[in-house]
Design a protein around this ligand. Structure first.
Ligand code: SF4
Ligand code: SF4
Length: 400
């Protein structure tokens, strides 16, 4: 691995939200208090040091930024106020921009103007498209709220599936670059069997985020889990349940997520679609409200410094959920025009959030983190089974 030093690196990282790394005097308290650091992957001190020294190449190949959940334990205990947790967060943003081959993530993270412009442009495009689509609807229903009479669920579903395919391609191609970078030479050495054996570990960590539960502040775990599960639930419902493929596969008309509110034919309160929708709404509202208030009050270490993209994520997510609630209740109350108008606004917020956050920003972290955790697990099994049997070790274990 190249060990080139880049004196401008620290300046570059400031665009990604780096604040106080230069205050660090290398005492190691942060690594000692971090419940997620191990002998094989010690952090955050080592990474703060790399930042101070401009060791860009070492950071590029480090898995550690993805093993940190930003609980804030290290920042609270740092005697110099160097906020090592925020340094790890800035490194995650930086790495996300490195993995992204389109260059979009970098622009998104480093230019507030570009970020606002991108969100506004996608939102305006979606709003205009929805209005034109609605204008040409052959039989709009004005008697009761019938979204399908203007934006038929089957057509919305096709648009959703196209969007999901593009987002998946972007996210997976960036994820591939992440995997190659983190594994380095191990990429061609580790047998497939080890990956297969650890799939359960990957899924468990993605679904439960249980590593965060090892940190002192378990409330952060709850908040994180709420946002992640709420977001994932609604994403899956939009992609799979608007009109299909799930309702089509099981031939069940009553599993449609986008349904007309025909008086007397609404889903019952205990219908699974309704329960899932309510769960996602509650989970996202709880998590985002907690995080927004925390950031406004700067109530604890992870909320002291807020990058513009953190606000964009929280605000878009909360606006999407609130407009979704308004659509639901306007429809239940039989307010036809209000339902249609708020639905357009809802899409103008929801689509930019999905299109921009999933492959390029905060949501991408949800994919990178468990995958890197999984790769470290596979790598340590490889080391135990093969390298300890006499094969050469590729990298010496770094000291804390
Ligand atoms: S606790 Fe603070 S000063 Fe000590 S190594 Fe960590 S970041 Fe540096
Ligand atoms: S923020 Fe928490 S998980 Fe991240 S390095 Fe600090 S103590 Fe460890």
């Amino acid at each position: 691995m190249s060990n080139k030093v880049d004196p401008n690196f620290i300046r570059e990282l400031k665009h990604f939200g780096l604040k106080d790394a230069n205050k660090c005097y290398n005492c190691g308290t942060c690594t000692a208090v971090c419940n997620l650091a191990t002998a094989e992957t010690p952090f955050p001190r080592k990474l703060v040091r790399y930042v101070q020294l401009g060791q860009k190449d070492k950071i590029k190949n480090s898995p550690e930024p993805w093993l940190c959940y930003y609980c804030g334990d290290c920042s609270t205990r740092c005697p110099r106020g160097a906020d090592p947790g925020e340094t790890m967060m800035a490194l995650r943003r930086y790495l996300t921009s490195l993995y992204d081959w389109t260059g979009f993530a970098r622009k998104f993270y480093t230019s507030e103007k570009f970020e606002i412009l991108a969100v506004s442009a996608v939102g305006a495009f979606v709003g205009l498209g929805m209005i034109i689509w609605g204008f040409f609807a052959p039989n709009p229903n004005w008697k009761y709220p019938a979204l399908n009479s203007i934006w038929p669920a089957q057509q919305v579903e096709i648009a959703d599936l196209v969007m999901a395919a593009i987002l998946s391609f972007l996210l997976l191609s960036n994820l591939y670059r992440c995997v190659r970078t983190v594994l380095g030479d191990y990429w061609s050495k580790i047998p497939l069997r080890l990956y297969k054996d650890e799939i359960k570990f990957l899924l468990t960590n993605f679904l439960t985020q249980k590593e965060l539960g090892k940190c002192t502040d378990r409330k952060q775990w709850l908040v994180h889990l709420s946002i992640m599960t709420g977001y994932s639930t609604i994403f899956l419902m939009v992609v799979l349940f608007i009109a299909g493929p799930v309702p089509m596969l099981i031939h069940a008309d009553w599993w449609h997520f986008q349904r007309d509110y025909i008086p007397g034919h609404e889903y019952s309160l205990l219908h699974p679609i309704r329960l899932l929708g309510y769960y996602a709404t509650f989970a996202i509202m709880y998590g985002t409200t907690y995080a927004i208030i925390g950031r406004l009050r700067k109530s604890k270490a992870p909320y002291k410094n807020t990058h513009p993209t953190d606000w964009t994520f929280l605000i878009l997510l909360q606006l999407t959920t609130m407009t979704g609630i308004f659509v639901h209740f306007a429809a239940l109350l039989g307010w036809v025009l209000a339902t249609y108008a708020i639905y357009v606004i809802h899409m103008m917020v929801a689509i930019p959030m999905l299109v921009l956050e999933v492959p390029f920003a905060k949501w991408a972290h949800l994919a990178y983190r468990p995958v890197v955790l999984f790769l470290m697990k596979v790598k340590s099994r490889y080391a135990a089974e093969y390298e300890s049997a006499g094969q050469p070790v590729l990298e010496a274990k770094p000291a804390v």
